[in-house]
Design a protein around this ligand. Structure first.
Ligand SMILES: NC(=O)c1ccc[n+]([C@@H]2O[C@H](COP(=O)([O-])OP(=O)(O)OC[C@H]3O[C@@H](n4cnc5c(N)ncnc54)[C@H](O)[C@@H]3O)[C@@H](O)[C@H]2O)c1
Length: 344
């Protein structure tokens, strides 16, 4: 058992900062040795804020530092494949943000390198660690709703990322709906066999997405290898909240996940009853981001396979790639290689 896992965070944008903060301040057994980002001044700024001793603009610094055990990759999706391979070849244990890679072909190569180098890689599907989703998983596995028959996922986020991000994001099915594809496999404990998807641009302010063959609203109909079906509604439109919900309907009941509430307070006036609504992903998933990082560090300490592996990352990517093809062609698309399991 390794006492302290020496880590580096690569990429300090929207999410990288949160992972760095957790590793620097909240994850027992982790030491954040360095933070790295190619944007001038960013790494130094984050290092000073979080009290981290080292920083760099050169991503390769972490790979060639023998004292670093693990890297946390939170860079743009298009960079994941190369960075994972480089990290693995240098013997670093890896946490990578979703999606595993942008292209499916790269996912196979990445998995092969990870196997050759005997390195583990956890993929950042944090919903698996969210207390509500994780409780739902336990209840479904315990048979509380009978045999799962139907999955419903809703992800609506009105905080549209900047255009440069959309340009390289791989589109709404790969960037956003992929969370629901992963949690659908995880909760149903079944692989997805086919998808049929569609989408549109609902808001004029999102019209720029057309340039990238992207939309602000997508719908995916899923079929599973155990006979179940499901749907995933994905929107970059939500003028009221960061709205993430899930439901699994079984032969003996249904389990619903997500209430959108920040605090359990109702304000009652003559006009009616109101309560707050969560507005962004760091608030909704702050526990999940911390819990997934705690699990990652523990898996490195114990030398164990993490809960959400690169094989799971590839499975979700296959579904997202098929959903994108289906959206572009208007046809139902089979999900070809049922992904050598590892659902839990
Ligand atoms: N799990 C989640 O809920 C979740 C949420 C948001 C983002 N993400 C994922 O995290 C990753 C980063 O997303 P983000 O929203 O933080 O992006 P971002 O654009 O806010 O930040 C990316 C950072 O990486 C740096 N960078 C740019 N090019 C780089 C390169 N070639 N090599 C290394 N670093 C580079 C940038 O300077 C920037 O600071 C993406 O893969 C995204 O899909 C996951």
């Amino acid at each position: 058992m390794k006492e302290v896992v020496r880590t580096a965070v690569l990429g300090l944008g929207r999410l990288g900062y949160w992972h760095a903060e957790n590793l620097a301040q909240k994850v027992k057994g982790a030491e954040l040795v360095t933070v790295i980002d190619p944007m001038e001044g960013r790494a130094e700024q984050v290092a000073r804020e979080l009290g981290v001793k080292n920083w760099s603009q050169d991503i390769n610094t972490a790979f060639h530092d023998d004292t670093i055990d693990a890297v946390v990759i939170v860079t743009p999706t298009s960079t994941h494949a190369e960075l994972i391979k480089e990290a693995a070849k240098n013997g670093k244990q890896i946490f990578v943000e979703k999606p595993l890679t942008k292209e499916l072909a790269d996912a196979d190569e990445v998995i092969q390198v990870l196997r050759e180098q005997n390195v583990n890689c956890q993929v950042g599907f944090m919903r698996r660690f969210d207390p509500a989703y994780s409780e739902a998983k336990k209840r479904i596995a315990a048979g509380d709703i009978g045999k799962p028959l139907y999955f419903k996922g809703v992800s609506r986020d009105g905080n549209v990322p900047h255009e440069e991000f959309i340009k390289y994001s791989g589109g709404i099915f790969l960037d956003v709906a992929i969370h629901d594809y992963d949690i659908a496999r995880f909760l149903m404990n079944q692989d997805v066999t086919s998808v049929h998807s569609s989408g549109s641009i609902l808001l004029e302010s999102n019209r720029f997405m057309e340039k990238y063959n992207d939309v602000d609203q997508g719908l995916t109909y899923l079929t599973f290898d155990g006979g179940a079906t499901g749907d995933v509604e994905t929107m970059r439109v939500a003028p009221y909240a960061y709205d993430i919900r899930g439901e699994v309907v079984g032969t003996e009941g249904s389990i619903r996940i997500g209430s959108m509430r920040n605090t359990d307070v109702n304000i009652l006036t003559a006009k009616g009853s109101t309560h707050d609504l969560i507005q962004d992903f760091p608030s909704r998933f702050q526990d999940a981001y911390l819990l997934e990082m705690i699990a990652f560090i523990e898996s490195v300490q114990k030398g164990e396979t993490p809960i959400c592996t690169a094989v799971d990352g590839k499975a979700a990517l296959e579904i997202a790639t098929a959903a994108t093809q289906s959206f572009l062609s208007g046809e139902k698309v089979e999900v070809k290689s049922l992904s050598q399991k590892s659902l839990i």
